[in-house]
Design a binder for this molecule. Structure first.
Ligand SMILES: [Fe+2]
Ligand SMILES: [Fe+2]
Length: 243
């Protein structure tokens, strides 16, 4: 099975269109999306509808999605993010709210676990960036691999049979049967690792090969639409640097 994995689209239609096309071209059999469909950018309706058209096998609730339906407090959002949530809520129609209401915090497919933020206290929306936090989170899921998003920086963390954990630099990697993995699939709509290109991951469960993909998309259009919509300029600016 070839999985197309993606997360943190944040209503960036240009990036999602590019990623959807790329995953299809690579022959993805199934799609898994790890949350934060909306928030930040100007096409929440079109983005939800495009993702619905992919018929993803599993979809996860992100904190921005949860904020739109009153399941996460806006007090934890910085001002531009909160402003974008208010902007988004005014544009979603009942069917889009229903789509967000149906999302869950956890899903699993056999040996694959899916969460938005972290296996430990998923509903608290922790950011798994520190090595000690990543190490600790291996205790909070069962199975071979846990896929997540939320931090907008792709990486592969490998737990060896002796319990030690290594953060791998590789963009392409064959997962080892005897190890366990936490994999961040990066962000489609707002990368923050200094690379402004959009991000998705392909995973072939037969060969266990995992590939982090970065590709260019029409950022200039997204930036223009963000400013024209009256959304915070900061949100447009950070698309240029990927930070
Ligand atoms: Fe996000
Ligand atoms: Fe998030």
């Amino acid at each position: 099975m070839r999985y197309g994995l993606f997360s943190d689209v944040h209503s960036n239609l240009e990036a999602m269109t590019t990623v959807a096309h790329a995953m299809k071209t690579e022959g993805a059999d199934e799609y898994l999306c790890l949350g934060d469909f909306v928030g930040y950018y100007s096409n929440p309706v079109e983005t939800i509808e495009l993702i619905e058209s992919l018929n993803c096998w599993k979809l996860i609730l992100g904190n921005h999605d949860a904020a739109c339906i009153g399941k996460a407090p806006l007090s934890k959002f910085n001002p531009p993010a909160a402003e974008a949530i208010h902007w988004t809520k005014a544009r979603l129609k009942p069917q889009h709210y229903k789509f967000l209401e149906n999302l869950r915090l956890h899903e699993e497919i056999g040996e694959i676990q899916l969460v938005h933020s972290s296996p430990f206290q998923s509903e608290e929306w922790h950011y798994l960036t520190q090595k000690e936090d990543i190490e600790r989170n291996f205790r909070y899921f069962q199975g071979f691999i846990c896929l997540f998003g939320h931090v907008h920086k792709p990486f592969i963390a490998e737990q060896k049979p002796d319990g030690s954990v290594e953060i791998l630099e590789a963009q392409e990697y064959t997962l080892k049967k005897e190890c366990r993995y936490l994999v961040n699939v990066g962000s489609v709509g707002q990368p923050r690792d200094g690379d402004p290109r959009t991000c998705y991951v392909m995973y072939d469960s037969a060969s266990r090969k995992l590939s982090i993909r970065r590709i260019d998309y029409d950022r200039e259009t997204t930036i223009k639409k963000t400013l024209e919509a009256g959304l915070p300029e900061y949100l447009a600016q950070r698309l240029k640097t990927g930070k």
